[in-house]
Design a protein around this ligand. Structure first.
Ligand code: FES
Length: 184
C-alpha cells in the first residue's frame, strides 16, 4: 500500500501549553458570538468547537444550543447526522476506511473488517488506550487507488487486509502517518 503526503495539520498540541478548560470555554463563547448571526452558522460553529475541544461533549452542545436559540436535541440531531462530528473523544489516530463504491468493490469492507479485528473495536469506537478510533468514509477522492484508508491526514492507497496489522504497527512506531512511498 502507499501513502500520500500529509499536510502539516496537527490534531492537537503536543507541547506543555495545553489550554485550561476555562480557556476552552472562553474560546467557545467567541465561536458562538462569531457565528450565531450568520446564516448557516451552526455547522461552522460546531466544526470550530470540535477543533477546540477535540469532540463535542454535552456541555458544549448545550452552550451552542443556547447561543443559537435551538434546543439541545436539535443541535444533537445535526451532530449525529454528519459523520465528521463526534460526541466522544477520538483516539490519537483516526482511522477512516473508505466504503465509497470504488473502494467497496475493491475490498474496502474486508479492509474495515481487518481493522476491526486488529484494533478490537467497532466503527465509531476508540481503543481503551485512546490510540485509535475507527470510522468509515464515503469517498476521499482517490478512487483510482482503491481501497483507500485515511489515518489522520495521511491517505493510504491500495490497502490490503492482510497488511493492516503491519500498517497499525507502523503507525504505532510513528512511521505511517507521514510521507511514504513504499509499496506494501
Ligand atoms: S470511493 Fe474510496 S476514494 Fe473514492
Amino acid at each position: 500500500m502507499t501513502a500520500l503526503s500529509a499536510p502539516a495539520a496537527s490534531r492537537g498540541c503536543a507541547c506543555c501549553c495545553e489550554p485550561s478548560e476555562a480557556e476552552l470555554y472562553v474560546r467557545l463563547d467567541e465561536v458562538i458570538g462569531e457565528y450565531r448571526d450568520k446564516p448557516g452558522g451552526l455547522i461552522p460553529a460546531l466544526q470550530t468547537a470540535q477543533s477546540v475541544f477535540g469532540y463535542l461533549p454535552e456541555p458544549v452542545i448545550r452552550k451552542i444550543a443556547d447561543g443559537f436559540g435551538k434546543t439541545v436535541s436539535e443541535v444533537t440531531g445535526v451532530v449525529t447526522f454528519y459523520s465528521f462530528f463526534t460526541l466522544h473523544p477520538r483516539g490519537k489516530y483516526l482511522v477512516r476506511v473508505c466504503l465509497g463504491t470504488a473502494c467497496y468493490v475493491r475490498g474496502g469492507k474486508e479492509v474495515l473488517d481487518a481493522f476491526k479485528k486488529r484494533l478490537k473495536i467497532d466503527v465509531g469506537e476508540t481503543t481503551p488506550d485512546r490510540q485509535f478510533s475507527l470510522e468509515v468514509g464515503r469517498c476521499f477522492g482517490a478512487c483510482g487507488m482503491a481501497p483507500v484508508v485515511m489515518v489522520n491526514d495521511t491517505v493510504h492507497q491500495r490497502v490490503k487486509p492482510a497488511r493492516v496489522g503491519e500498517l497499525v504497527n507502523r503507525i504505532l512506531a510513528g512511521g505511517a502517518v507521514a510521507v511514504e512511498k513504499e509499496q506494501a
